[in-house]
Design a protein around this ligand. Structure first.
Ligand SMILES: CC(C)(COP(=O)(O)OP(=O)(O)OC[C@H]1O[C@@H](n2cnc3c(N)ncnc32)[C@H](O)[C@@H]1OP(=O)(O)O)[C@@H](O)C(=O)NCCC(=O)NCCS
Length: 152
């Protein structure tokens, strides 16, 4: 999928490959609002991509191929989940974030998944504003809870 964006730079949105992971992890590591954890090792991310084939996407400079953005997407058969949406600081406000999200939602729709959830740090005010601009809404009636499972 090729998308034309502002300043006439060709941008390619394509499924994330295992070989993208080093560059993707570097982007996430320098992006505010993205929290990496024990699940974000190359082997575990490769397993996530295998489990959710063709659902996660990268945005690349269509000429040089440099990574401009990335997002993880998966589903549990009932709900979709997006994680770690990030666009390189120098490439923001050109529609890349929107295009990455749209690509994921189209894949979820093909799998007949009706709803998608995201986790946003409560302190990530700009991130929340972005999601709201795209039509996402907070569920103030819900609280995220978690437990650590042995051997993490
Ligand atoms: C959030 C982020 C992914 C947005 O990427 P982007 O490529 O700049 O976003 P887009 O250009 O596709 O913007 C889509 C729309 O959202 C708006 N938007 C983008 N960032 C916004 C913000 N911080 N506040 C309000 N609106 C915003 C744009 O103006 C645009 O609106 P338009 O279509 O009416 O012009 C990027 O800023 C980023 O990587 N932030 C740091 C990581 C992060 O917080 N990720 C979310 C984790 S939950």
């Amino acid at each position: 999928m090729f998308v034309k964006i502002a300043c006439h730079m060709a941008m390619q949105i394509r499924p994330m490959l295992e070989t993208d992971l080093p560059a993707v992890l570097a982007l996430w590591g320098r992006t505010e609002g993205v929290g990496l954890n024990e699940s974000d090792t190359p082997p575990r991310l490769a397993a996530y991509l295998c489990r959710n084939p063709g659902a996660s996407f990268v945005a690349c400079d269509g000429v040089q191929g440099a990574l401009l953005g990335a997002v993880l997407c998966g589903n549990d058969g009932r709900r979709g989940y997006l994680h770690h949406l990030a666009v390189a600081a120098e490439a923001r406000c050109q529609g890349i974030g929107r295009s990455l999200v749209q690509a994921c939602l189209e894949q979820l729709a093909k799998l007949d998944i009706a709803k998608c959830n995201i986790f946003v740090y409560a302190t990530n005010t700009p991130g929340r504003a972005f999601w709201e601009k795209l039509g996402w809404f907070g569920r103030d009636d819900l609280l995220t809870m978690q437990i650590l499972i042995g051997g993490v």
